[in-house]
Write a protein that binds this ligand. Structure first.
Ligand code: IPE
Ligand code: IPE
Ligand code: MG
Length: 239
């Protein structure tokens, strides 16, 4: 694959853990546990394919309404994942980042997250970005608030607000927009994921449930991406 055909940034909505568990007569949390193995597989595949940024939707701002036991189970798994994955991140020089309202996370999870983020912040070549307590609309609300603060303090003229001003106030302003968005489990929606950033992404949907998603599925998505023609409003290559 020519380098331009490899997405620089892939964003994934990891969906279908609950259905995977249900099909096996297991509690939903077992599906989330199995999903952690898919995360590891995709991290490997992304690295081997030369994808520089990988954003994973791990917990949405809407997911807080789930039964408390499931939310607690997810938070426990997240902490476990951070602890177990740290060596692997160092070994592969991957920087861990997070986007979302991190202050909503239970303090032990937040502490672990901050620690691993700090420990890996010097790595530049590859980044793993976890979307946690993340909502695309809330991200825009947070951006608007900080822009409004600058305006009210006289540091910014309303007429000077441009697209790049809004981008600069998002959670990870230096991360380029995703080129490819993958959603598993057959649902055809965005569920409030990266609303601003996905504006020109190629969208890829698969029926595979997240706990079954492996390297070959990730590669199939990259192959499909390589066949797409991105036009960005222009008239295309055969002009
Ligand atoms: C995705 O799987 C994981 C999270 C949203 C945290 P789900 O838990 O949404 O699984 P389904 O959609 O119920 O199968
Ligand atoms: C989206 O999945 C959020 C994550 C994968 C973390 P959901 O399962 O929460 O989405 P909906 O509710 O089906 O739209
Ligand atoms: Mg779901």
């Amino acid at each position: 694959m020519s380098p331009s055909r490899i997405p620089r940034h892939v964003a994934i909505i990891m969906d279908g853990n609950g259905r995977w568990a249900r099909q096996r007569g297991l509690p939903r949390i077992k599906g989330h546990e199995a999903g952690a193995e898919s995360v590891r597989a995709v991290l490997r595949a992304a690295r081997e394919s030369g994808v520089k940024y990988l954003t994973l939707y791990a917990f949405s701002s809407e997911n807080w309404v789930r039964p408390p036991a499931e939310v607690q189970g997810l938070m426990r798994l997240l902490r476990k994942f951070l602890r177990e994955e740290e060596d692997e991140l160092h070994a592969n020089r991957v920087r861990l980042r997070a986007i979302g309202r991190l202050r909503d996370l239970p303090p032990p999870v937040r502490r672990e997250l901050k620690r691993v983020m700090r420990a890996t912040e010097s790595y530049a070549a590859r980044q793993l970005i976890l979307a946690l307590s993340y909502g695309g609309r809330v991200e825009i609300v947070d951006a608007v608030r900080s822009i409004a603060r600058k305006v009210s303090e006289g540091d910014l003229q309303p007429g000077r607000i441009q697209e790049k001003t809004i981008r600069a106030h998002l959670y990870a302003p230096d991360v380029p927009d995703p080129d490819l968005m993958i959603r598993t489990s057959g649902e055809l929606r965005l569920s409030n994921f990266l609303l601003w950033q996905l504006s020109y992404a190629e969208l890829y949907f698969t029926d595979v449930l997240w706990p079954d998603f492996r390297e070959e599925h990730f590669r199939a998505a990259l192959e499909e991406y390589a066949r797409r023609e991105r036009r960005f409003g222009d008239i295309g290559a055969g002009r």
